[in-house]
Design a binder for this molecule. Structure first.
Ligand code: ZN
Ligand code: ZN
Ligand code: ZN
Length: 122
């Protein structure tokens, strides 16, 4: 996902990557990032009546659990390799940067398997 920001009074403000509203504002109607506070579903699929809207608040989608690095190049490995590398230490569904992943893989003496890179923005 692309990160959009703007600069106002020397402050960096995050913008919704989809509808471009500033952080803290409500998403525009039909923004796909707009979700319902009540059911947590995307607004488009929510059927709650008069449910509160969720303002856009920036949340990093690509944050390495081990080193805290943001927005690194995403990589994919097969599930069984990932499971063996994260072991009992990390949440299976969380993200690691490639560097950290390889370091942990070496600690565990697991061979490097097939790896692919999803297109940017996926
Ligand atoms: Zn939005
Ligand atoms: Zn809802
Ligand atoms: Zn890392």
């Amino acid at each position: 996902m692309k990160i959009k920001t703007k600069k106002t009074d020397n402050k960096l403000i995050h913008l919704c990557p989809n509808c471009n509203v500033s952080e803290g504002k409500y998403h525009k109607i039909n923004c796909s990032k707009d979700s319902c506070v009540k059911c947590r579903k995307k607004r488009q699929y929510c059927i709650c009546k008069r449910a509160k809207r969720e303002p856009f608040i920036y949340k990093p989608t690509c944050l390495c659990l081990r080193c805290g690095k943001l927005h690194f190049k995403m990589f994919m490995v097969n599930n069984s390799e990932w499971k063996r590398v994260v072991g009992a230490t990390y949440d299976f569904k969380k993200v690691l940067c490639e560097n950290c992943y390889d370091e942990i893989r070496k600690f565990r003496k697991i061979k490097k398997g097939f790896r692919w890179y999803p297109l940017h923005g996926a």
